[in-house]
Design a protein around this ligand. Sequence first.
Ligand code: PEP
Length: 250
Amino acid sequence: MSKPIFAANWKMHLGPDAAREFLRTFLESYPPAGDREVWFFPAAVALETVARALADRSDIRVGAQNVHWEPKGAFTGELAVSMARAAGAQAALVGHSERRHVFGETDEETGRKVRALLEGGLIPMLCVGEKIEEREARATLKVVQRQLAVLDGLDSGVLERIPIAYEPVWAIGTGKTATPDDAAEVHAAIRAWLGERGADAAAVRVLYGGSVKPDNVAALIAEPQIDGVLVGGASLNPVAWSEMARVALD
Ligand code: PEP
């Protein structure tokens, strides 16, 4: 069985000093765990600080929030995969709803990023999810399958190493959460899609994200289809985040 992932997306919060301070508090109450992984996605400027602070914790990974697909060049403000890796990143988020809907990233660009990360030796965590109007039009599975299609053509063994985060856009930062049953339905469809492409779908970690908080994390993680959570707002408090990441697993 793959270990569940508790992933913290810090978005545009916590620079190097604040990240160091966060980890000092977090680590006081988060001893090494063999049955789960914690992944941190800090701002690019704090990657190195976070990676250094966690260097002796094999149960905790560090990732970039975004990368560019080109290895170098005139791309002001962007981060190359090799740069993220040199700063200590082992992974990166790809296709987060804020990248798609605030910065207008397309599926094609998302696919390029996935390939650049794989070529550069980092693990992409692919985020997918529908907008409220797409849910109301009963287009959720169609949208998610379209977003997954950026993985078409990858070997089944590679597919199995890519965690997928299902994050309904209407649930991110809004306080609205999909029910465990709603999420399970989409997670099952994601696994079916991967299974049709030869992957051992049970081996793929499919996370849920969208207003996960200390008071709903236990119910979500208890759902067998949910192999972890991707958390924004509630991951910014080291005490709350440690509590969430230590939630009981059955
Ligand atoms: C996210 O940023 O991926 C996220 C799920 O945010 P929040 O937990 O704040 O909804």
